[in-house]
Structures are given as structure tokens and as C-alpha cells.
Design a protein around this ligand. Sequence first.
Ligand code: GDP
Length: 320
Amino acid sequence: MSPPLPRVFVAGHRGMVGSAVVRALQGRADLLLRSRDELDLTRQDQVEAFFQQERPDQVVLAAAKVGGIHANNTYPAEFIYSNLVVASTVIHEAWRAGVSRLVFLGSSCIYPRLAEQPLREEALLTGLLEPTNEPYAIAKIAGIKLCESYRRQYNSDFRSLMPTNLYGPGDNYHPEHSHVIPSLLRRFHEAKISGAKEVVVWGSGRPQREFLHVDDLAQACVFALDSPREAWDAQAPLTRSHLNVGSGEELSIADLAALVASTVGFEGRLQFDRQQPDGSPRKLLDSSRLRSLGWAPTVPLAQGIASVYQDFLQGEVRSI
Ligand code: GDP
């Protein structure tokens, strides 16, 4: 008889990241999933009861309040509060319930705005953050430090992954609150349908961004759950315990907009709106530590955007 599958709690399984983690863990784990109505992760009493009752073996902490540059700038209180409280509640109760391994997901915006590129893990806390998403970044830095502290004090095997900008199926297509890829897919698609001659792209078009398909991040999460402790700790020692997850595929927002336009089949002009913020000039991750452990991205950006556009079109059909 094969050994029982580990019981894995995926916190945030309805989100883009959590649902990709669930797809990646299918058949490899006994999944514990709770909707927001069943378990409010901002309520310590509910999280405590859940962990004490269910006693998961492992946890992937993918629950987070996320959004693009405009949402982060507009709702800073919601971003800092909910991300801080979810991280501290889940990590603390996971420790109390004896969870053997936890993977916390952060973001590349934890690094200083003007840190040397590509960003290495040791750039954390060496300078000022990008102001448009500082509250979110502070909450994610707290999550890293929670994992690190529980590891130091209690020897908990709590690991942190810092993904670059993500995209994939199940993304948020809100016209103002989403990230750049879903925003532009929707805007170019609507322009194509309406026959508009011009599409607005926020900012100067000059910022550089790296993008990773969410299925590649999900494989990194599985990898982080499976990697033996000694090998992991050699790359992520106590004093610098987070590891970057990026594709290495970087381009300017202007080039991204051109790629999205050609994927959608929009042939009009691009108008850059410099009244909108650019955010960080660049945030390319150095992911060599995770790669040296054996993880590698598999989805090229052009292919990933084409498949996400198909997903978007199917979503439109479903919503009719
Ligand atoms: P960021 O990496 O935290 O800045 O996240 P975003 O995905 O929101 O934005 C990335 C870059 O794309 C920024 O420079 C934005 O100004 C630019 N951008 C251009 N058009 C859009 C848009 O329609 N929506 C968003 N969210 N960003 C856009």
C-alpha cells in the first residue's frame, strides 16, 4: 500500500494563485479547502478552530488581498490590514497545530525601489520601497519575517517564495483594479470589438517588468513543499530565508502593450497616459537560487498571454 497523501491546506484556493496550486497538487495531496464563508482568515478564533480540528500536515499560504498599481494606491489600509492579519494568524496557528511545512507567498515589491537589478534576495530592507505599493510590501515583508522568526525560535520549516509579476487563468479583469496584463487584454479586446482607433496605456510605457505564468509559480510551490530541508536551507538560510521566483523574461510596458495588442488583434494606436503612475522603474528578479535547487519556468510569455486571452474569451462567453 502506498503511504497516505499529505493533508495540505491551500489558503486562498479560489484566487488565481491558490487555484493554480490546487491544480498542481491534484493527485499528490489530500487537499483541505475552505471558502471565505466557511473560514474567514482574518478571524483568529475561526483559524484556530480550523487548525486544531483539521491538523493539516502542510500549508500553502496563497490567500492575499492583491491588486494592480491603482488599487494599491487607492486602498492602502485594506492592503496592509488584511495581508498583515492573514499572514500572522495563519502562520501562528499553523505553528500551534504542528504543521510540518508551510509555504508563504510574497511579492517582488518587497525590494527597495532602486535596488540593484536583477534583484537578489539580500536586497531586502536595504532601501526605501516603491510608494505606490508600500503598505502591501510591508505586510509581505512581515510575512517573511514571521516565517523566519518561527523558524529561528521553534525550528518550524516555514518557507517563503517571492514571485515576480504574475498572470494566468482566473485573473481579475476589473478595469481599474487589476494588474497590467488582464487590464490591457480587456481594454484591447473591447477596443477591437467597438472599432476604437486608440487604446490608453497607463504611464510612460518605459517601466520594465518580468512576468511569470501562475502555473509555473504553482510548480514552484509544489517544489517548495517537496524539497528536502537540508537542500532548501542551504539556499535559504535563517538570515535570508526567502527565495525569488521569476521567469527571467523581462520587457518594457510599451513592448508588453504591443504584444497584447497583437495577441488580441487590435490594430489601432497606443496612447500613453503620463498622468497615471509608472510605479517601480524595474523589478527583475534573480531567481538563480531556486533554479539551482531544480525548479525552472516552462511557459514562454507570448504563449502564456495567448492562452490567457482564450481563457478571457471563454469567461466572456460564460458570463453572457
Ligand atoms: P506593478 O508592477 O505593481 O506596478 O503592477 P501593475 O501590473 O498594476 O502595473 C505594471 C505597470 O504597467 C505600471 O507601470 C503601470 O503603470 C503599467 N500599466 C499600463 N497600463 C496599465 C493598466 O491598464 N493597468 C495596470 N494595472 N497597469 C498598467
